[in-house]
Write a protein of this length. Sequence first.
Lengths: 214, 363
Amino acid sequence: MTYQSRYAWSVLFRLFHWAFALSIVTLVVTGLYVNSPWTNTVLEGSRSFPMATMRYLHFLAGFIFASAVAVRLYLWLFGNRQEKFWDSAPITPRNIRNLFSTMAYYTYLTDRHETRLGHNALAGTVYLATIVLTLIQLVSGFYMLYPESVFWQKWGVALFETQQQARFIHHLLMWYFIIFAFFHLYIVIWNDIKSPEGLISSIFCGRKFHRSSS
Amino acid sequence: MTRHLDKSHFEPKLSRRGFIKGCTIAAAALGLSDEMVPRLVEAAASAQKPPVLWLHFQECTGCTEALLRASHPDVGRLILDMISLDYHETVMAPSGNQAEKSFKDTLEKYSGKFICVVEGAVPTKDGGIYCKIGGRTALEIIREAAPKAAAVIAIGTCASYGGVQAASPNPTGAKGAGDVLGMPVVNIPGCPPNPIAFLGTLLHFLTFKRLPELDQIGRPLFAYGRKNHDQCERRAHFDEGRFVEQFGDSNHMKGYCLYKVGCKGPETFANCPAVRFNDVDVWPVSAGHGCVGCTEPNFWDTHSPFYERLPGVKIPGTGGIVHDVDSAGKKILGIAAAAAGIHAAVGIGKRIVKGRGKSDEDV
């Protein structure tokens, strides 16, 4: 058995990943504060603006998050082979077969699994759902950030009707992202232990150890 | 408070001064310059008073009350003075057949010219039998009158979006006028709405012969174009993180931000902080109570609990168990962690049973 070091993830893809990951962490921390500010300045004239600062950081991270999503959508169409939409989305017979075999592999029903340089189809499916939810999160976020903009009002009213509903959905989806991040970390570590292809380091250096068939 | 015992309260006639004052207030609310005041005055003083049919359905008459008892005693009077109120169940003199006759006469004589004001929601379930006037359902009445009107104005949240009647489980199938008619309607929501918003809409229509610009859900932008939160006098406390922790605490007494006790100002489009109510410059937040967001559709369902930021999550399949969002989120995260723990344990167990050699490298 020989392993070959192969280039899997482009620089832009890795930048997307880290912008996405770090912005989510920032958004969750500041978002929880904005929803339920656990400090109380009390002192007047203290020249501290915790709520304004947290909101500023939240919006800043929101724009990084939005840019990261735009990059991911671009890479779905114009990225390298592993990054393209049809390489991992459950829309081709190859991926649908892989979706079920990955589920069997993850539930310990079999040790056999297709070695892929890119995502497996289960990951591809979850990432597809995540990007859809991300878009909903962005629309609700921009609707709240620009309440007076006609453009965002049209989208916001069509999807959520009121600001309060948008806020509620925005908050619920935050929990999706927390749970997604948890499972993502768990699965990545599990895979890294199960099949030694250097999955974790690939998101830093872009290279994976791919098992050659010979 | 002696000014409220001013004799103008009891004076049935509107003074010239009060008349100009009312028009100026409306001009300010509409965001018009003072050069426009004479045009509003001219339109309001026109001898041709537009006939108004005022329909009452599922409502509490609070909107009419708010209008008639509006503060500047002149506002209510100004409105009554510049329109010809042909049918209004609360204030009209005729009753019974005579009332029905004036309703029919207006429809016939002024078809396409009168203004139809709707107050209250329209029940639609079971053929609309839950609200009947003179033996006819509200549904029949509004469908007869509204299409013949020059403009339909829904006053109050009930007429605009259904209001409390339409709150879950909405037993009578109550809907707002716009939904029932399927045609554009000017919504002046609020519980009650500020009379200035109604006056401004009316004066805009009389002066410019068209309705004011509306937002996505039919509210005039001059009154509902901005969030309460962005005009609030307590906004500085919000940005600087000074909050009321509970009603009656020392922060409450100092007038800090009501965000943590559930104020819905950040979710509510209205002009309450700017225009205020009843000539004494108050609105809920200035009186120490959070905004409940009464100008928003479905606010009874989605803005409650009124003293918390977010509604609870209904857990499906449990017959209405409601859980706080964050505690539900934490529990799901806990379940996820437990699932991952079990998954890892199964993996380790399998490896122990099958032996290490059976791992991936050999497959």
